[in-house]
Design a protein around this ligand. Structure first.
Ligand code: RM4
Ligand code: MN
Ligand code: MN
Length: 414
């Protein structure tokens, strides 16, 4: 207990000497919110195999229990995204589901329609050549708009698996036009004061074309639809080497960055623990978000403050809650490092064209060991200073193993 204090005092002095307001940094960290995904608590995996994890959640109530536990350990994960129909309550009582979450100290966040799992969606959803399937997809998304009111959510998060596998399989322009028609109807049916977040993905599950392949396409749709439509960036949905922080900067400056799906990847949509492969990239992304929020420029500043920060992960071999806690903490650490960037000094070096001095200032912040600061923040928030160890020391994992047992999994080739 309190063994971070001496290191914290030294760090605070060092930061204050660089004119960084440590109290303001701590306040910002206390206000941070990272939404966890209900599906990250269930068994999931690759197309080859989904390995079962003892105690993995199978019901929505269990997923909400797990999300509440992650919030209890970290203090900064107060909401959980739901995926419909994966999280459809057996009795269809969405109001009850919302109350269940609230009783556990969390709330329901983004509502994610699922228009990729039913057999009918073999050739896509809103882009499907068959009008009846397009209508089915649209009905489901509109039902999700109604669910949003019941669970008090104001984010409709849209991801489409649509695309084709073979050149010539369908008309690319035709698919675009069908999408435009469907998205417009969704937009018109959004609940008041809500927004739709349009996620893009380079490829998978289709491999010749994806109907919403990149941020530019999402952005173009958002511009056509209106101000309630914003882009959602998932860190695993780009080509290798793409500069994601530049996408963030552009979308913030245009007021069209709406949501984030944090995860990490080495190759494609790997959905690994946030920051586990490339923590420097995560820092650079947070640096744009924090820089935008602190800039006072509009719409960048307000947009950055309204981004829905969410995790979108899929755990196959690493357990469920521990990797989720790690992801939340890694977002917290990257955010903290972005908060200790001396922005005035950096701007001055940039204005002078001091290439390596500007780079040095930024990377010094990245190299700062902010862990004592985070322990201090957690202590002040009344959450465990070491959430991972606190989780392991709790009996939660043993308890859910005993109560829930091992669920059968799906996945694989038969
Ligand atoms: C997709 C995408 C979506 C998520 C599904 C489960 O790759 O990232 O956001 O809802 O996976
Ligand atoms: Mn995603
Ligand atoms: Mn994904």
């Amino acid at each position: 207990m309190n063994n971070h204090r001496a290191a914290y005092e030294i760090l605070a002095q060092t930061l204050e000497a660089q004119a960084i307001d440590v109290t303001a940094v701590k306040e910002a960290l206390k206000r941070q919110h990272i939404e966890t995904p209900s599906w990250g608590y269930a068994n999931s995996g690759t197309r080859f195999k989904a390995f079962a994890w003892p105690g993995a959640a199978t019901t929505t109530q269990q997923k909400l229990d797990d999300a509440a536990m992650v919030h209890k350990m970290t203090g900064i994960a107060p909401s959980v995204a739901v995926h419909i129909p994966w999280d459809r309550p057996e009795d269809d009582d969405y109001v009850g589901m919302c109350q269940y979450a609230e009783e556990r100290g969390i709330r329901i966040g983004a509502v994610n329609p699922n228009v990729f799992q039913d057999d009918e969606y073999r050739l896509g959803s809103l882009g499907n050549p068959l009008p009846s399937v397009r209508e089915q997809a649209l009905d489901h998304i509109l039902e999700c708009c109604e669910i949003m009111a019941k669970v008090k959510s104001n984010n409709l998060s849209l991801w489409f698996a649509d695309g084709t596998n073979y050149a010539g399989q369908d008309s690319l322009r035709g698919r675009k036009q069908r999408f435009e028609h469907g998205l417009r109807i969704v937009y018109e049916n959004l609940p008041p004061n809500s927004r739709m977040l349009i996620e893009y993905k380079l490829f998978e599950p289709t491999f010749y074309n994806t109907d919403l392949p990149d941020w530019g396409t999402s952005y173009a749709w958002c511009l056509k639809l209106g101000p309630q439509a914003q882009v959602l960036v998932d860190l695993g949905h780009h080509a290798q080497g793409v500069n994601i922080e530049q996408i963030i900067a552009f979308l913030l400056d245009e007021g069209r960055l709406g949501g984030f799906h944090f995860n990490n990847r080495k190759y494609a949509d790997d959905d690994l623990i946030v920051g586990s492969v490339n923590p420097y990239e995560l820092f650079l992304i947070y640096n744009e978000l924090t820089g935008g929020a602190q800039s006072g420029d509009e719409p960048a500043s307000t947009t950055a403050q309204n981004v829905a920060y969410m995790i979108d992960q899929c755990h196959n071999v690493e357990g469920k809650l521990v990797p989720m806690i790690y992801s939340v903490l890694n977002c917290q650490e990257a955010y903290a490092k972005s908060l200790v960037v001396p922005r005035g000094e950096l701007a001055a070096a940039q204005a002078e064209g001091e290439v390596l001095e500007a780079h040095r200032i930024l990377t010094e912040a990245y190299r700062t060991d902010v862990r004592p600061l985070l322990s201090q923040v957690r202590e002040e928030m009344g959450v465990p200073t070491d959430p991972i160890n606190a989780y392991r020391a709790s009996s939660y994992e043993e308890q859910i193993r005993a109560e829930r047992g091992m669920a059968a999994t799906s996945g694989g080739f038969q």
